[in-house]
Structures are given as structure tokens and as C-alpha cells.
Design a protein around this ligand. Sequence first.
Ligand SMILES: *Cc1c(COP(=O)(O)O)cnc(C)c1O
Length: 398
Amino acid sequence: MKTQEYIALEEQYGAHNYHPLDVVIQKAEGVWVTDVEGNRFLDCLAAYSAVNQGHCHPAIRKAFIEQADKVTLTSRAFRNDQLPLLYKALHDMTGFEMSLPMNSGAEAVETAVKAARKWGYKVKGIPEGKAEIICATDNFHGRTTTIVSFSTDAQYRDGFGPFTPGFPIVKYGDINSLKAAINPNTAAFLVEPIQGEAGIVVPPEGYLKEAARLCKENNVLLICDEIQAGLGRSGKMFAFEYDNIRPDMVIIGKALSGGFYPVSAVLSSKEVLGVFKPGDHGSTFGGNPLAAAVACAALKVLKDEKLIERSFELGNYFMGKLRAIKSKHIAEVRGRGLWIGFVLDTKARPYCERLMKEGILCKETHENVIRFAPPLVITKEEIDWACERIERVVLSLD
Ligand SMILES: *Cc1c(COP(=O)(O)O)cnc(C)c1O
């Protein structure tokens, strides 16, 4: 079948909740994907950072297949021999006392929200039904009805109310706005250390450090959503490390499976995750042996291949080359690690379409930002190859 035939099927029988570029991918390896016509593209989105380890990484694939031959799902009604190893690996790699596994990122965010509220009532002593979790403007934490209740993006909310109460909004990056919102009923502050979907927005220097201090002073949990920023994308294991802080809860997902399978988790302390008693919360697939085996392998690849250090170094290299492009439409090049927001003063979609013709796949976010976030296994030569084409496209549209 040809590209147009696949697209026709999708348009006719699938809900139109996405507007994908018209490329139909058939296979992928490392940073490269191949479409049904045999065209090759450099993937500069990496499935929104779920394939930090590169597409179809052989070591993760091996773990996936070996585990699929043994047992894939036990449910948490019984124990399995893979989940304990994931708990240990997460503890050893991150230093957090405990974790709670889920599947999608949004489910892990929901888990963190439930943990924070319950902690607020049972430990902090907030009166029943009054707990507040402060969120930031332009946040992205997923798509459930509770999560879109604290989105400030009109489209994410339109038509989906009534909304879940209890989520005051403060201005991202503005410490005084946070200070003013904290009150005795505040259980937590939920924040992305760098906002991904908002366009790779890095907050002002010292913001997170001061937020952490305020949270501590007021007995408020600091929850960092590292689903996109974490696991090497920002050039550190976690983006919060740039501010030398230690959040009370960290939410991870996406690259936790290297793209093989939805795996997410909440990392925290015994004090916080200890609020969950048997039966309080759960998921049929959460913590299944296939997910655990894949996640252990995905974490091991990050470490063995030094992908976090690589992201830091090559991110600076990539950003430097992008900043050297002289175009009247480039407003800013920002980011950390291999997570770059290429900000234009005009619509980004035509650029993405032209880049696709040149063999580079990337996606606009918020109209005028192109996100360059290739798998972390990308080489310097591949970055050079990409920059040559990016420059050509940008200058042709000047
Ligand atoms: C992608 C993302 C989520 C949601 O993850 P899903 O797996 O799509 O539910 C939440 N928070 C952030 C920061 C994300 O980038």
C-alpha cells in the first residue's frame, strides 16, 4: 500500500484528534525512520522523548522479547520476578526511597495528585475536601479530565468540563506568584522544571531553587513532572538537577521504556508513598513483568551508553550551530541538552513540512516553535547533516 492509501484509511476510520505530518513510518532504527515508500528521515522528535535510547534499541528489544516469552502480565494480585528489580534499579539510579509504577504519563500524574492530596489530609492535617495543588501557567501534564482541569490551554479544556476543583494556577517562572498562592491548605506544587509542550521554556535562574525553599518552609510537597524532561533529555538525569534541588515527588514516563511500551512511575519517599494502603490505588497493567523488564533495560542503556552526558555535550553543540544560522525569522534558540526550542517569529508548520522534504522529521509546538529533540544516540556527524538542511530550509523561507 502507498502513503495516500494509509492516510485515506486513517482519515476515514480514525478519530481526528491529531494533525500528523503526512509521512507513514514503517520501520525505524536508532535516529532514523523509514516510510512505506522507502524514504529515510532523521527523527528530531523522538516520540516526544519516549525514544531517548533510539528506535528499536537492540538491548531493550532483547529484554522485551525474552520477557514476552516468559510472562507478560500477572496483575498485582500476585507478585512477579521483574517488578522488584525495577524498584531497585529506580532507587539505585535516582536515590528516591520508593516508587509506584503506572503505564501512561497521565496516570502517573494522577497518581502523584492522589498521593499529594492523601498526604495533605493524613500527614499535613488539611481539612477534608480542602487540599490544593498549585499548578503553573502553560503547563502540560497530560489529558485526563482532572489534568485538563488545571491546564491553561483553552483547546485542551474546551468541551470537557465540568472540571476538578482544587488546582490554583500561578505564573510559571514567577516566584512571587507562587508565594502568594501558598496557604495552609496547600498540599503540593506541581511543576515542570522545563516546560516541554509550552515550547521548551527554561524558567529564570534560581526559580526552582526558590520554589523548593518556599515549599519546604510551608510544608508543601514539590512535585516535578519529569516525564519529558527526565531520563537524560535535558542533559542531566533530571532537569531539576540544574538547580541543585531535591523534589518530594518526581514523575517519569516516556523514555522509561525506550518507546517499547507505556511505562511510567512516581518516585518519592516512604512518608509520601506510604499513604497508599492496599486497595487505595492501582492499575491492572501497572508494574507488569514485561513493563518492568523493558524499563530495567531502558535505564541500563541510558547508563551504559552514557546518553545523559551525550545529551549535555551534543545539545550544546547542536544549539551552537542553530544559533549561528542568520535568519530574520529566528527569534530565539533555547533549551537544555538535546532538547531545543527553535523559536520563529512566524508559523512553524511550513518549516516542518519543508524539513520533511529534506529528510528531517520534527514537529511544531505552539504555532511558532520547532522542537529539536532527536534520540540521544545521535552522532555529531548526524547533527552536522541536520544543521546543513535546517539552515537551507530556514534561509529559503526568509
Ligand atoms: C507527555 C507528557 C505527559 C503525559 O504523558 P502521556 O504518556 O502522554 O500520558 C505528562 N507530562 C509531561 C511533561 C509530558 O511531556
